[in-house]
Each structure stands twice: as structure tokens, then as C-alpha cells.
Design a protein around this ligand. Structure first.
Ligand code: ADP
Ligand code: ZN
Length: 731
């Protein structure tokens, strides 16, 4: 029997390439032919580029001039559902297909020859002398279930040096062989027993298992407070998926969280899953990409872009902390990984689990409407309860200017210090002070390239722009009036809070957790672990601490400024504040002791603050939903943002006005255009930014209208235009 290729040598094929062209290119199938979905290398001018055979060529060219595919790459072909996914995702986000393909091939050396390396397998012979170290190596090998492992992996798993492994090779207890660099991942065993589940958890788990077992598309919202056991429960869904022989993907919002997660997976399934995020080495990225395609990675844990891995048979996607803002990619291809996960699953007959203590309003509405199933975990696992929540009314606190920890909060912290428990002072502001003001002329020091104030980072002794990352030394004299010694920090950042806490609690051990203070994810993770183990009495942190880290000794959370997120014009301000405050409060009292959360606020009667305190979440979401419904805002209407930018301000506004005036295609679907207006950050990296907002009814064909509308525009070369469908934030 022979397998005929779909396209025999010389047949015309259409190839999607990663270069920014607006169409597919025709090539001739190479020697041996090729199939739809094959990854190929094709000539483009003098270069060789990566592509995917998308189907039959369109023809219409001089056949003699059509060039041949250079070679079919040694990689599993892209499955049909993946090709559909890229197409649908491109159409939804209005992204050109080549950019989608780049997103789906972000691994190095896919076209390169497969390099070899030494690997090790169980040999069968007993070594003459069995030492403790040797036994550990052999045990570790057995745990890999016959799969080949590298020296590094083996030595680490067994906790021995390389020489022990080499000794075993000499005795024939282990074989050494040359193998392609990209090895399959160790097999996971879904039948190993998990932790015994509570009644609540067990019924949630069986609902999720049923969803996965159905092998048809479905989405379930798994809602439960931090510590309720959501992870424990969705790992059961993963077990079901693995038992079906399908692949599972878990998305996490924060790569610092993956290590704890990997350990839990290993405990549950006997081996670690594949990892995909920015902290993974290039070699591992390529291995992951290839093995996912071959079906030799059963389970992947990763960041949002893992959604674009070429899974062979994806059965389950879990989006943990699904409300988290980091699922929205804000540059390049603008997509929301949570929404795209649902799209992807609908194409591959997979199940989606959206896990959160505080779901996004969109998700809550979809569950209410019956589009998503909903499973609740009502209690925290074991004795742990949600903390007691109280507001500190800052209008009645006696607090000197330039300090932010109120007497009531100080008292609560002292109590914890006496009991040897941890406190967290939460302030979602990096650096020392958000504003540096000249007391002589009133100038606030700004960035030279952006319309943003420079933030003082005292540890680094520099001012930093949080928009473009530019830093400069803190000047002695005001750059505007030249007067020396009059520059003063205004307002608090975490570094300043640490200074105040050090003055008020001189004997306490302080730790600051802020993303800019750590060079790497690993350094951050290690710091978090030592803090969790008790190496600090007071943690001062930004939203970094809100994301699922476990601090078992923590019993008090003090929110320095609960009003912070409520300012500004963001459509989602209330929702985001509610989520963040509930999440932060959830850090307190995970174990036996009930925790306490104190929110400093100048407006404790504000409906959002009240909802946070009472914890009446359903009431909050109902109120928030009806408010948005009344004005036709998402998820009850649709929105898109257009950002135009160019070095020349007049030009950006001219283009913006031209767009606004020629709004025929939008009016045809009943959509409205707002703007152009200067974007909230009106200049970034020297480019002036102008924003237009488009609002449409829920059912309106927005993307088609946007394409027609933007298509009329003559674009000056200097101008950049980006379309943000379902914008999350407006900046
Ligand atoms: P969530 O994801 O909802 O925050 P986790 O699944 O992380 O909750 O559970 C919180 C803690 O409680 C974890 O340390 C977890 O191992 C533990 N836990 C949850 N359920 C159980 C259970 N049934 N048996 C033992 N430990 C559990
Ligand atoms: Zn800047």
C-alpha cells in the first residue's frame, strides 16, 4: 500500500507564509509531493521563508515562473481545526494571516535540521554493586516509563552527579544512545489517585469530567473563592481528558505561578507537563512546539500564547484566573486569550473551564444567559474562611501629611507582629512616588517621549517612565526653572510605603514585592517562597501579590488606597476594583486562622466599596450588568478602539477626522463613531496618539464594517493604525 500525497510533485499549492503579504502565494509541490497543512520552506526572492500549505493554488500565474517548494519540514502538519482557528481569529481581531502564522510558529529553528544529543534508557542489567545513588537513578528511570531522558534531566530527577549515571552506563544498567534533540515528554498517569475531594469539590469535579467526556464543545465557569480547591477540581478534568487520550492545556496569568503548579501536577499525575512561556529556554520551546504537534506532549501549562501551539487533538483548555487582565495581549496581535480559548475549543470539540473567584462580567453574563455552564465551590477548603472585611474611614483618621498608614491600620499590624503573624500592605503603585514636583515652579517631571509623568524609583536612584521604560537620574535642579533642592516626591508608591512602615515598625522584617524589583521570574519566585515560609513580618506589595500566591502565615491585609482604581474614566473601573480587592483580601487567612482585610477609603459608602465589604457578589454583578445594559456597553453591545499614531500631531488628527467623516460603512450597520480625541496617553515614544471608539449593537457585523471603513483610507506611510476589538483598557 502506498500513500499518495494530496498534491503530487509539480501540482500547484497555495502557501501561507510568515512574511507580511496580503495574500497566499502559489508554489509547485516538491519532489515526493505534499499535503495540506504541511510546514514547508519556500523561496521568496533571494530568501527562504517558513510557510504552511493551505490548499490548492489559485493559479492565474505564468506556470513556468512559479517556483517550487524547497522542502517539507520535519514537523507534524498543521491540523484542520488549527487552520480554521487561525482564520477565524484573524477575522475576529482583524489581523492579517501572516501575523497569525507568526504567532503560531514562535519557536526557534523549526526549519533547521534536527540535531542529535545523547539520551539514556534503562538497560536491564544489574550493576555489580548497588549504591544508594545508583538506586535513585534507576528509580528515576523507571518513573520515565521507558522514555529516553537526558543526562541533565536524569541527574536532577535522581539528585546525583553525572558520574553516577556514567558508571551505570559502563555496567550496562543504562544504555546511552544518540537521539534527536526534541524528546517526547514523560507520560502522565491520569489513574493515579488525587486528593480525596470534599462533597462540594467532588460534584464540581464530576460536572467538569462529564463536560470533557462529552467530546463536544462546551464552556464551564468554575467559580469559587481563593483556596476553595478550584485547581484541585480542574485537575480532575485534566485527568479525564488524558484518559480520553486527548491533550490538555492550562493557561495561567503569571509565569511565577507555574512552579507551584508544576509540582502539583507532578504529585497528581506522576510527571510534569510541558511548559510554554517567556521563561522557557529556546530549546525547550522548540521541543514543546514540536511535541505538541506530534501528540507527544499530553499536557501543556503556559501563558496566553500557548493557545497558538499546534495541538494534535486538544480536548480541554483551562483558563485559570480568567478575569485577569494579562490574558489580553495589548501589542502586536490584539487578542483576549480567554475569548480565543472558547473559539478554539468550539473548533476542536473541546471543553473550556474558566476558573475564577471573581469572574469577568462578560463571563458572568454568559453563565447567567445559559451559554456557559456554571459550577460553584462555595467554601474554602478545610477550616479556612474568607477574611473579615472592614473599611477604615480615612476622613476620621488622624494622619499627618505625607504618611498613609492610618492609626487603625497601625494597630492591626502591631497585633499581628505580637502574634508572629504576617501582614500585607497593598498598594498598586510601583516605585517611590508617582509624581516628582518642583516646589519652586510647580513643574511635574515628565518623560521626554511620552505624555506621562516620570515615577521616582528610589532603590534604583532613577526616574522611570512606566509607558516606554525610559529612565534618567533624579536631577538636582528642576529641568524647567533650574532652581536646586526644590524637587519633592508627591504621593505614595510601594517603596515609600516601605519607608513609612520601617519608621513605624522598626523591629519588623519588611519585604517589598513589586515586579520591577526582580531581574527574573526565577528570582521573584524564590523571593516569594522565602516570604511565604515566614522570612518577613510585613509584606508591601503591588498587584503582583494578588495573583494566586500562597502565604500561609498571612492573616492581615491592609489596602492603603481602596479608592485608587475607582478614579479615571475606565468602563471597567468598578469591576476591576472589585476583583482586585476581593483577590487581595483572599490572601489573608488561608489556613486555620480567619484573616482580616482592612480597606482604607475616603468614600466607604461608595457602592463598589460596599459590595467588596459585604461580599455580595451576585448583587454587585447584577447591578454592574444592568448599568452597562442601560447604556449598551459590553457585553451588551460591541466596541472597538482605533489608535492612530504618528510623529506628526496634525497628520494623526487629519487622518482621524477623515475617518470620522467617512463613516458610511459603520452607519450602514447602525454603529457610531466617537472621536478622534487625544488618547489618554497622548504621546508614547515620540508618537502622537489619537483614538476613535466605535460602538455597535451586539449582533452587528462589526468586523466587516470596520474592514470596509478602514479600507477607504489612504494611509500615509508614517501612520500606524491598530484596531482593538473588545478593548479592555483605553490608553
Ligand atoms: P484555588 O485554586 O481555588 O485557590 P486550590 O486548589 O489551590 O484552590 O486549593 C487551596 C489549597 O487547599 C491547596 O493547598 C490545596 O492543595 C488544598 N486543598 C484543596 N482541596 C483539597 C482536598 N480535597 N484535599 C486536600 N487538600 C486540598
Ligand atoms: Zn516615556
Amino acid at each position: 500500500m502506498s500513500f499518495e500525497p494530496e498534491f503530487p510533485e509539480g501540482a500547484l499549492v497555495g502557501v501561507l507564509i510568515t512574511e507580511p503579504l496580503d495574500r497566499m502565494l502559489d508554489y509547485k509541490a516538491p519532489e515526493g509531493g505534499c499535503d495540506t497543512g504541511a510546514f514547508v520552506e519556500v523561496p521568496l526572492g533571494p530568501r527562504k521563508v517558513l510557510g504552511v500549505v493551505w490548499g490548492k493554488g489559485t493559479g492565474g500565474y505564468d506556470l513556468a515562473k512559479v517556483r517550487s517548494v524547497l522542502r517539507v519540514l520535519d514537523a507534524a502538519p498543521m491540523q484542520q481545526d488549527m487552520r480554521q482557528f487561525l482564520r477565524k481569529c484573524a477575522d475576529y481581531t482583524l489581523t492579517p494571516m501572516p501575523a497569525m502564522l507568526r504567532l503560531a510558529t514562535r519557536a526557534p529553528g523549526l526549519g533547521g535540521a534536527v540535531s542529535m544529543r545523547k539520551v539514556y534508557r534503562l538497560g536491564g542489567r544489574e550493576p555489580d554493586r548497588m549504591t544508594n545513588a545508583r538506586a535513585r537513578v534507576l528509580d528515576a528511570m523507571e518513573a520515565y516509563g521507558g522514555a529516553a531522558v537526558t543526562m541533565g534531566e536524569l541527574a536532577e530527577a535522581a539528585g546525583v552527579g553525572n558520574s553516577v549515571v556514567k558508571g551505570l552506563v559502563k555496567h550496562g544498567a543504562i544504555y546511552e544512545e544518540d537521539s534527536p534533540r526534541d524528546l517526547p515528554y514523560p507520560i502522565l498517569d491520569p489513574d493515579r489517585p488525587g486528593k480525596p475531594l470534599t462533597e462540594d469539590q467532588a460534584s464540581a469535579a464530576s460536572a467538569l469530567r462529564a463536560g470533557v467526556a462529552a467530546k463536544v464543545y462546551g464552556t464551564t465557569l468554575l467559580k469559587g473563592v481563593t483556596g476553595a480547591g478550584k485547581t484541585e477540581v480542574y485537575l480532575e478534568a485534566v485527568a479525564e481528558c488524558l484518559a480520553q487520550g486527548r491533550q490538555a492545556l492550562v493557561l495561567l496569568p503569571e509565569i511565577a505561578l507555574t512552579t507551584e503548579f508544576l509540582t502539583r501536577v507532578e504529585a497528581r499525575f506522576g510527571a510534569r507537563p510541558a511548559e510554554w512561556h517567556s521563561g522557557v529556554t529556546m530549546t525547550e520551546r522548540r521541543r514543546c512546539w514540536r511535541m505538541v504537534g506530534e501528540g507527544n506532549a499530553q499536557f501543556v501549562v503556559g501563558a496566553r500564547s500557548a493557545l497558538f501551539l499546534p495541538f494534535r487533538d486538544l480536548g480541554l483548555i483551562v483558563v485559570d484566573e480568567e478575569h485577569d487582565g494579562s490574558y489580553k495581549q495589548e501589542d502586536g496581535v490584539l487578542y483576549n486569550a480567554r475569548d480565543m480559548a472558547v473559539m478554539r475549543a468550539s473548533l476542536c470539540s473541546g471543553h473550556v473551564v474558566l476558573a475564577s473567584a471573581t469572574p469577568a462580567l462578560e463571563t458572568w453574563v454568559n453563565a447567567e444567559a445559559g451559554k456557559y455552564n456554571r459550577v460553584n465551590l462555595t467554601a474554602r477548603f478545610g477550616a479556612a474562611k474568607m477574611p473579615q472585611m472592614r473599611a477604615i474611614d480615612m476622613r476620621t483618621e488622624d494622619l499627618p501629611g505625607g504618611s498613609w498608614i492610618s492609626p487603625s491600620l497601625q494597630k492591626a499590624v502591631r497585633l499581628r507582629l505580637e502574634k508572629g503573624e504576617q501582614s500585607l500592605l497593598f498598594l498598586n503603585r510601583r516605585g517611590y512616588a508617582p509624581v516628582t514636583l518642583c516646589r519652586a515652579c510647580g513643574e511635574q517631571i515628565g518623560c521626554d517621549h511620552c505624555d506621562a509623568r516620570m515615577v521616582e524609583h528610589r532603590f534604583q536612584k532613577r526616574l522611570m517612565c512606566h509607558q516606554c521604560g525610559e529612565t534618567k537620574p533624579i536631577p538636582a535642579a528642576c529641568p524647567s526653572c533650574g532652581v536646586e533642592g526644590k524637587l519633592a516626591p508627591v504621593g505614595p508608591g510601594v517603596e515609600r510605603m516601605a519607608e513609612e512602615a520601617a519608621a513605624q515598625f522598626p523591629d519588623a522584617r519588611l519585604a517589598i514585592l513589586s515586579s520591577d524589583l526582580f531581574g527574573s521570574a526565577r528570582a521573584l519566585k524564590e523571593r516569594i517562597e522565602t516570604i511565604a515560609a515566614g522570612e518577613a513580618d510585613i509584606i508591601i506589595g503591588t498587584q503582583l501579590v494578588a495573583k494566586g500566591h500562597n502565604f500561609p502565615l498571612l492573616t492581615l491585609v491592609g489596602v492603603i488606597d481602596a479608592d485608587l482604581g475607582l478614579q479615571g474614566s475606565d468602563l471597567r473601573a468598578a469591576e476591576k476594583t472589585f476583583q482586585l480587592m476581593r483577590q487581595v483580601a483572599g490572601r489573608a487567612g488561608r489556613v486555620e486562622t480567619q484573616g482580616e482585610a482592612l480597606l482604607q477609603s475616603f468614600q466607604p459608602e461608595h457602592p463598589v466599596i460596599r459590595a467588596i465589604l459585604t461580599g455580595d457578589e451576585e448583587a454587585f454583578w447584577r447591578a454592574e450588568a444592568s448599568e452597562r445594559q442601560a447604556v449598551g456597553m459590553p457585553p451588551f453591545g460591541r466596541m472597538a478602539g482605533i489608535i492612530l499614531s504618528a510623529p506628526d500631531l496634525a497628520m494623526v488628527f487629519d487622518v482621524g477626522n477623515a475617518l470620522a467623516q467617512n463613516d458610511g460603512p459603520l452607519r450602514a450597520i447602525g454603529a457610531q463613531v466617537f472621536g478622534p480625541a487625544a488618547a489618554p496617553i497622548a504621546r508614547i515614544r515620540g508618537r502622537h496618539r489619537v483614538r476613535l471608539l466605535i460602538k455597535a449593537d451586539k449582533g452587528a457585523p462589526l468586523q466587516a464594517a470596520l474592514t470596509a471603513w478602514i479600507g477607504q483610507l489612504k494611509r500615509p506611510t508614517q501612520l500606524r493604525l491598530s484596531v482593538d476589538i473588545d478593548p479592555q483598557s483605553f490608553f
